[in-house]
Design a protein around this ligand. Structure first.
Ligand code: GLN
Length: 271
């Protein structure tokens, strides 16, 4: 099949409520990188006006960060059949990238510094608690090595090297993982809680991270993994993406590693 016969539908969770710190860039990156290869792309908002069928219709899901108040509004809406549709999608391997406030909502609960606990969807086995306004937020650059085994393996196959991600974190909540696998281990920054060295989570094909930045323009191979995984699942056939010229992103990553004085044990992505 030639690329024009494929269509990738991106589901964007609550764009007006959950797009802090430029997370919209993740949607744009997936969209453009798929279009540059000739695939048809549609972006669908999944919000208060959407139905469970709208959620079921998408091929890849993007959820950004949010303030505590917005998270509460989202959780009041993402109930019942919509919550079930979301669970079904992720359990069945629909790929997605969920940043900061979104993974908190995919976990069991989020306890804000002020106010009541917000119950999550319980899809990811994790809990997040904000220790209160007297505690420092976790803010700053973030570098991780992806350690989630299948994802690390697939990214290594795509890039030929160890997958390191760069990003920027800004969160008050601290996340503790249950049985879910961490996305990676922290090389620079604080990650899930500043204590156990874990960052994010990986479940089926859902990538959860504290990394804004936004994540994907800085780490374009992750966008490619999402596109490839989504198209393989949808069309049930091998899909291999053509290479794109990413030297600018690679230079940006190298500059960050240098600025943070991060000495990587193996070379970061070359292009
Ligand atoms: N409200 C959450 C926290 O501070 C999420 C913030 C965010 O998404 N950047 O932990």
């Amino acid at each position: 099949m030639n690329p024009q016969q494929f269509e990738l539908v991106i589901g964007w969770l609550y764009p007006t409520l959950m797009s802090t710190y430029g997370d919209r860039g993740n949607v744009i990156t997936i969209e453009r990188r798929a279009q540059w290869r000739g695939y048809n792309v549609k972006v669908v908002s999944l919000d208060q006006n959407s139905t469970a069928d709208d959620i079921k219709s998408v091929d890849v899901i993007v959820g950004g960060g949010a303030q505590d108040r917005q998270q509460e509004i989202v959780m009041r809406d993402l109930q019942g059949v919509k919550a079930e549709a979301m669970r079904e999608k992720l359990e069945n391997g629909t790929p997605g990238v969920f940043t900061c406030g979104s993974p908190q909502l995919l976990g069991h609960y989020y306890e804000p510094g002020l106010g009541k606990r917000i119950e999550g969807l319980g899809i990811l086995d994790l809990v997040s608690v904000h220790p209160g306004d007297n505690t420092k937020r976790c803010i700053g650059n973030l570098v991780i090595e992806v350690t989630a085994s299948r994802l690390a393996q697939e990214l290594r196959e795509m890039t030929g090297t160890t997958p390191y991600l760069v990003g920027f974190e800004n969160h008050g909540g601290r996340t503790k993982l249950g049985k879910v696998e961490a996305l990676g281990k922290v090389i620079y920054g604080l990650g899930n809680n500043g204590e156990d060295g874990t960052e994010g989570a990986f479940y089926q094909n859902a990538i959860a991270t504290y990394s804004h930045g936004p994540l994907l323009p800085k780490n374009p191979f992750v966008a490619d993994w999402l596109i490839q995984t989504a198209l393989r699942l949808k069309y049930q056939q091998p899909v291999t993406l053509s290479l794109l010229e990413d030297s600018l992103a690679t230079k940006g990553r190298e500059a960050i590693f240098k600025r943070l004085k991060v000495n990587l044990p193996t070379p970061a992505l070359q292009n």
